[in-house]
Design a protein around this ligand. Structure first.
Ligand SMILES: Cc1cc2nc3c(=O)[nH]c(=O)nc-3n(C[C@H](O)[C@H](O)[C@H](O)COP(=O)(O)OP(=O)(O)OC[C@H]3O[C@@H](n4cnc5c(N)ncnc54)[C@H](O)[C@@H]3O)c2cc1C
Length: 328
């Protein structure tokens, strides 16, 4: 793999997992991410009242290879088990708290991503707008850092609606397949309070409700003291309110939260809203990853292997192995 220079677009978990496999096999990888730091949908928002995991809340580990990775991360001190009390509120079909361990990054979700990234080269604040064919490989548009060698292969590890335009020219079959996935949005409201809220619950699945999930984020291990909550709009509600102003979203979800838990409303000492435009795959793809060895272009992400942290890791790892098998 020493002759392979591989660009990975997206430094979320799937891109980083893929990068790790490729780098360990001797390839020269460079990651590109439009954000300021690694994490993607596993980012942690730092605020004056403390950190909030405003995307992924926790993860489970079922696959043996992923379980082994989680054990390594626990030993490295970047993952711990969250033993919060989690229940479901509401009646009807909807998610149930899963049995078994729930893991979180420590001291925040993004710490895990920084750990996996390690010394891998990542160009942050670089939004790739196109993949361009040149004589000896590919170059990426909008990258304006120091000149890099052309890439022999490109991995696209971004949410599917953002992947399609990057694939259309050089991997049209992959673009067509990826376009069949669908992703839904999710609003995340981060709120801090000056005293603990009167509920014994640390995580709540809401059923048949504008809210999908709420968590006492400050109850997760390794977090600074405080009373910080994250409230996620249900994806259907979030889609209906996609263009509402953030203050209106926060107001509506906080009111719904207090009402559902039969608590007197309280004014938060801090509140912020984040809109995840592409939060979760509602129509995922059946494949673990997509790869066109002739073009040297691959696709991974949670739309390929289940809309979860574990699925993203498995997808990125599987694509990395497929590239090593094809070129190794
Ligand atoms: C609100 C919310 C709650 C969730 N809760 C859970 C949970 O509790 N448990 C669980 O297991 N999973 C949860 N998930 C899902 C989990 O976060 C994802 O499955 C996982 O993080 C996806 O990783 P990924 O690498 O596939 O994509 P991402 O994390 O989205 O990474 C893609 C990266 O690509 C970058 N990017 C996009 N376009 C470009 C471009 N053109 N150029 C450069 N960079 C680009 C983005 O900045 C991003 O960093 C949740 C997700 C959200 C949004």
């Amino acid at each position: 793999m020493n002759d392979q220079t591989i660009a990975i677009i997206g430094a979320g978990l799937s891109g980083l997992a893929c990068a790790r496999v490729l780098a360990d096999a001797g390839a020269h990888v460079t990651l590109f991410d439009k954000a300021r730091g690694a994490g993607g949908r596993m980012s942690t928002r730092r605020t004056e009242v403390g950190p909030f995991d405003h995307g992924a809340q926790y993860f489970t580990a079922r696959d043996p290879a992923f379980r082994a990775a989680v054990a390594e991360w626990q030993a490295a001190g970047v993952v711990a088990e969250w033993q919060g009390r989690i229940e479901r509120v509401g009646v009807g079909p909807g998610p149930e708290p899963s049995p078994g361990e729930r893991f979180v990054g420590t001291p925040g979700m993004s710490a895990l991503l920084r750990h996996i990234a390690g010394e891998l080269p990542v160009c942050f604040e670089t939004q790739v707008t196109d993949i361009r064919r040149v004589e000896d490989g590919y170059r990426l548009d909008e990258y304006d850092g120091p000149p890099l060698r052309p890439f022999t292969q490109v991995v696209v590890a971004v949410p599917t609606p953002q992947a399609v335009p990057l694939l259309t020219t050089h991997a049209p079959a992959l673009a067509g397949r990826v376009a069949q996935a669908e992703m839904a949005p999710c609003f995340s409201v981060m709120a801090a309070f000056d005293a603990p809220l009167p509920t014994p619950l640390d995580g709540i699945f809401f059923v048949g409700h504008p809210i999908g999930w709420a968590a006492r984020d400050s109850s997760k291990p390794g977090r600074p003291a405080g009373e910080r909550w994250v409230i996620h709009g249900h994806w259907g509600w979030s889609a209906e309110h996609l263009n509402d102003p953030p203050e209106q979203i926060a107001q509506a979800l906080l009111a719904a939260f207090f009402s559902a838990l039969e608590m007197a409303p309280r004014a938060p000492t801090f509140v912020a809203t984040h809109r995840w435009r592409y939060a979760l795959p509602t129509i995922p793809l059946a494949e673990d990853y997509l790869y066109d060895p002739a073009a040297g272009i691959g696709v991974c992400g949670d739309a390929c292997n289940g809309p979860r942290v574990e699925g993203a890791w498995l997808s990125g790892t599987a694509l990395g192995r497929a590239i090593v098998a094809a070129r190794g």
